[in-house]
Write a protein that binds this ligand. Structure first.
Ligand SMILES: O=C(O)CCC(=O)C(=O)O
Ligand SMILES: [Fe+2]
Length: 317
């Protein structure tokens, strides 16, 4: 089974007065590390103080009460798009239940959600969910800005960052324990994320695995109070394939239930994903992807239902 990961661990915490203020030396140095980690692994483990630990602790307490609601209540939350709304034991996530909330930062979204789940509403959960989503989004924005710095790109590409960072989809997932006669269960099938970035935290029960080029699944060990940040297909395409978008899955083992909170950053639907010319050179980095619209890629993905190599098939040159 999976070996332990050597995924880079980045520490964004203010240590010895080092801050990540935009433009500072600390920020430039960290931007380089972000770029290197995305190039070598397509992900990094993260310790940071942008999100208070008690806030993330609270979400898992609240999520437990959410998942403990009756099935018929949870099913009331249906999503307009694929994999959104409440999903239970589908073929993609065979052993888990999950809530996918589009744009939880829009006014009313979290309130409507909590009012639907609890007849009298649930202001505490509503506040925790909005606040955690908003702070995680700020973290994603910081990381995307660091990418521009890490590549030494002109500031005009901040506009790309804004479009790549257009909306944030929140996912809350409970992974079921393996059946009594099984040591291990694949609870989320292998995939790459289709958007820009994913920031994941969990209730300290591990289970995420990544598939490096060696072809052997590797256990991801997220440090206590830590996160993992994963590159999605759109950021891989925009970076001309310099960043990897790691294939990952979730397995459950042992007797502790895993809860995960994930914030996906997704591009503006009509954004044209176009590789910056600075990231192309004939010798080492020939252009790998044609320009394309994000929404066309998503339509293609849902219509073909292919997982492996979908980006290369759709936009690869
Ligand atoms: O639960 C996790 O750690 C990963 C979840 C994930 O990869 C996803 O929802 O796309
Ligand atoms: Fe994922």
């Amino acid at each position: 089974m999976g070996t332990e990961s050597e995924i880079p661990l980045l520490d964004f915490r203010k240590v010895n007065g080092v801050t990540l203020e935009e433009g500072s030396e600390g920020w430039k140095e960290m931007s380089k590390k972000v770029r290197e980690a995305f190039e070598s692994h397509g992900c990094f483990l993260l310790l940071c103080d942008q999100i208070p630990n008690d806030l993330r602790g609270q979400i898992f307490t609240d999520m437990k009460s959410l998942f403990d609601l009756p099935e018929e209540t949870k099913k009331k939350f249906s999503g307009a798009k694929a994999y959104r709304g409440y999903t239970a034991n589908s073929h993609v996530i065979p052993h888990c239940q999950s809530f996918g909330i589009d744009d939880a930062l829009k006014p009313d979204t979290t309130e409507n959600f909590t009012n639907l789940m609890w007849r009298q509403g649930n202001p505490t959960f509503c506040e925790t969910l909005s606040s955690l989503t908003s702070k995680t989004r700020d973290l994603s924005t910081l990381i995307l800005k660091m990418i521009i710095e890490g590549f030494g790109l002109p500031q005009q590409y901040i506009l790309d960052v804004e479009e790549l960072n257009n909306s944030n989809d929140t996912r809350m997932t409970r992974y079921q324990l393996p059946k009594e006669n099984k040591d291990l269960e694949i609870a989320l099938v292998p995939h790459t994320d289709k958007g820009t970035l994913a920031v994941i935290c969990h209730n300290e029960v591990q289970g995420l695995q990544v598939l490096p080029k060696t072809g052997e699944w590797v256990d991801v060990i997220i440090p206590p109070n830590g996160y993992i940040v994963l590159v999605g297909d759109m950021l891989k395409a925009w970076s001309n394939g310099r960043f990897q978008a790691p294939t990952h899955r979730v397995v459950t083992k042992g007797d502790k239930e895993r809860l995960a909170f994930i914030l996906f950053t997704v591009p503006k639907e009509d954004m044209t994903i176009k590789v910056p010319s600075e990231l192309v050179d004939d010798e080492n980095h020939p252009l790998r992807y044609r320009p394309f619209k994000y929404e066309d890629f998503i339509d293609f993905h849902y219509s073909t239902r292919t997982e492996k190599g979908v980006l290369e098939e759709f936009a690869g040159l």
